[in-house]
Write a protein that binds this ligand. Structure first.
Ligand code: PGA
Length: 256
C-alpha cells in the first residue's frame, strides 16, 4: 500500500521570526518541484516564529507545524499555548511528545494523550513522537517501551481521530548524535509500531498510518531509510535548519 511521504523539519529552539522567513524563502524555490500528491513538506518553527513563517509559506507547497500544544482550551497556564491559538495562526500540524519534551519538561504518555486529544479537537494534524533510550535498546526493552508509549499516548482515540495522526519513531540515542538506526533496524521497529497500531485500531488505520523516522536523518541516508516498506518519511532536526540540506534530503527521500 502506498502512503504519501511526509518530511517535517523540527527547528527546535532555533530561528527568530526574521531568520525563519529567510529560511522558508530560500526553501520555497528549492522544493517547488516536489509534487504535493507525493510528499507533504512541513516546517515546525518555534511559537514566536510561526505566524511569520505561515505568511512566508502562503501559496507554496510548504506546510507549517508547531512543536507543542497545551491540552486546556484556555486559562491560567502561564507560558502555554492552546490548540485554538495554533489553529488561528494558520498552523496545520503539531509535534507532540518529542523526546526532548519527555526528557527535560516532564512529558508523560498521559500528557501526550491529553495534548493529542486537544490538537485533534481543534482540527490540527498531530505528529506523535515515540522512541526508546539507548539503555532500553541495549536491555532488549525497545518493543515494551514503544508499546507502552503507543498504548498510553493513543488511548481513547476513535478510528477517525487516529486516521489524522502521524507517528514519528525517534530512537533517543540517534537524535542529534550523528548515529542513525540502520535501515534494517528502523524498518523492524516501524513494523512493530504498525503492528501495535493494528492491534489497537485495525487494518485500515494501520495500513494508512504514516510513520516517520527521526534521528540524524540527512541527505546521505534519507533514500535508504524511506525506501523501507514501513518508513513513510522523516522528522528532521539539524538537517532542516538550512534550505539546501533540507531540500536535498527531501529530493533524495523521494527517489526511493
Ligand atoms: P536530528 O533531530 O535530526 O538533529 O537528530 C531529530 C529530532 O529530534 O526530531
Amino acid at each position: 500500500m502506498s502512503r504519501k511521504v511526509i518530511i517535517a523539519g523540527n527547528w527546535k529552539m532555533n530561528k527568530t521570526a526574521s531568520e525563519g522567513v529567510e529560511l522558508v524563502n530560500a526553501l520555497k524555490p528549492l522544493v517547488a518541484d516536489v509534487c504535493p500528491d507525493c510528499c507533504d513538506v512541513v516546517v515546525c518553527p518555534p511559537f514566536t516564529t510561526l505566524s511569520a513563517v505561515v505568511e512566508a509559506a502562503r501559496g507554496s507547497n510548504i506546510k507549517v507545524g508547531a512543536q507543542n500544544v497545551h491540552w486546556a482550551e484556555n486559562g491560567a497556564f502561564t507560558g502555554e499555548i492552546s490548540a485554538a491559538m495554533l489553529k488561528e495562526s494558520g498552523v496545520e500540524y503539531v509535534i507532540i511528545g518529542h523526546s526532548e519534551r519527555r526528557q527535560y519538561f516532564g512529558e508523560t504518555d498521559m500528557t501526550v494523550n491529553q495534548r493529542l486529544k486537544a490538537a485533534l479537537a481543534a482540527g490540527l494534524k498531530p505528529i506523535v513522537c515515540v522512541g526508546e533510550l539507548l539503555a532500553d535498546r541495549e536491555g532488549g526493552n525497545t518493543e515494551k517501551v514503544l508499546a507502552t508509549q503507543l498504548e498510553g499516548g493513543l488511548a481513547g482515540l476513535s478510528k477517525d481521530e487516529m486516521a489524522q495522526v502521524v507517528i514519528a519513531y525517534e530512537p533517543v540515542w540517534a537524535i542529534g548524535t550523528g548515529k542513525t538506526a540502520t535501515p534494517d533496524v528502523a524498518e523492524l521497529t516501524h513494523n512493530f509500531i504498525r503492528g501495535t497500531v493494528r492491534d489497537m485500531f485495525g487494518d485500515v488505520i494501520a495500513d494508512g498510518l504514516r510513520i516517520q523516522y527521526g534521528g540524524s536523518m540527512k541527505a546521505g541516508n534519507a533514500a535508504e531509510l524511506v525506501a523501507q516498506a514501513n518508513i513513510d518519511g522523516g522528522l528532521i532536526g539539524g538537517a532542516a535548519l538550512k534550505a539546501d540540506s533540507f531540500s536535498e534530503l527531501i529530493h533524495n527521500a523521494l527517489k526511493k
